[in-house]
Design a binder for this molecule. Structure first.
Ligand code: A3P
Length: 273
């Protein structure tokens, strides 16, 4: 195991998430209007976070991730007076609140995560795609298995306090999904306001603004980095095809069918694999 990682209750975490903090998550005092923005890494967290930040007159503060740092985190989170949207990559058992859960095709996540492992100094170094593919399949990566993560949210998918947003749907019809997010937050927007957000949160626009946005150290969305230069890579659906060998596709699909056979959420990916 690398020095940048440690295990907590059997799952791998970054050492930037202290054991003490992970142990105290139960004592976090949630407010009724808190919303958790939840995803497995590389599902599009920065994208949806940007949408929320751009809703006019929302009186919302996007806080740093709940699992980033040490035990002083809870005191820090108390200081936000406005309604809090709190990003996190934790799985369901740790967080019973209002939640926006982002899902993405796991093959694209694997490829995106591979590049993130390579570029991010807070993650162990990886030599080859093949090596990473094996780790991803076994769930031997930070935040554990993608399958277990999604399955932990599966049974709650119809709960009133959870909104599920998919990367692929967001690509296909951003305005419709931005409207869904606003409605879930109890906020109204005009069509022109929505169009503004579509533009501001497009991949190109977000990638071009990284230099400017990196200046604010409090603006951290993912507990694995505060450097936004590491986040915006390709922003596409289906890039997995350039990495998976036909054997890897077969092995992956077999495991997917086996693990996700009872999953309704997984049906969403049918069109993209
Ligand atoms: P790729 O590596 O496939 O390009 P997260 O924010 O959860 O870390 O996810 C990062 C992934 O979302 C990266 O995927 C990144 O390029 C993509 N992404 C970020 N902003 C995006 C946007 N506005 N539109 C589409 N994809 C975006």
């Amino acid at each position: 195991q690398s020095s940048v990682l440690h295990k907590f209750k059997g799952v791998i975490f970054s050492t930037m998430s202290s054991e003490e903090l992970l142990n105290s998550l139960d004592s976090f005092e949630a407010r009724e209007d808190d919303v958790f923005l939840v995803s497995y890494p590389k599902s599009g967290t920065h994208w949806i976070a940007k949408v929320i930040e751009n809703i006019p007159n929302a009186r919302i503060t996007l806080t740093p991730p709940i699992e980033l740092g040490d035990i002083s985190k809870f005191e820090e989170l108390k200081m936000y007076c406005e309604r809090r949207v709190i990003p996190t990559h934790l799985s369901y058992s740790m967080l019973p609140m209002n939640i926006i859960y982002i899902i993405r095709n796991p093959k694209d996540i694997a490829v995106s995560f591979y590049h993130y492992y390579r570029d991010n100094p807070n993650l162990p170094s990886i030599e080859t795609w093949h090596e990473f593919f094996e780790l991803f399949l076994k769930g031997d990566v930070v935040y554990g298995s993608w399958f277990d993560h999604v399955l932990s949210w599966e049974e709650h998918k119809n709960a009133k306090n959870i909104l599920i947003i998919s990367y692929e749907e967001m690509k296909k019809d951003p305005s419709k999904n931005i409207k869904k997010i606003a409605t879930f937050l109890g906020l109204n927007m005009t069509d022109s306001e929505i169009n503004q957000i579509v533009w501001k949160t497009s991949f190109t626009e977000m990638k071009n603004n990284t230099a400017k946005e990196n200046c604010d150290p409090n603006h951290t969305i993912c507990a694995l980095t505060s450097n936004r230069n590491l986040v915006f890579r390709k922003g596409a659906v289906g890039d997995w095809i350039n990495y998976f060998t036909s054997k890897q596709k077969r092995v992956f699909d077999e495991l997917f069918t086996e693990k996700m056979k009872h999953s309704e959420l997984a049906k969403h990916f049918g069109d993209y694999s």
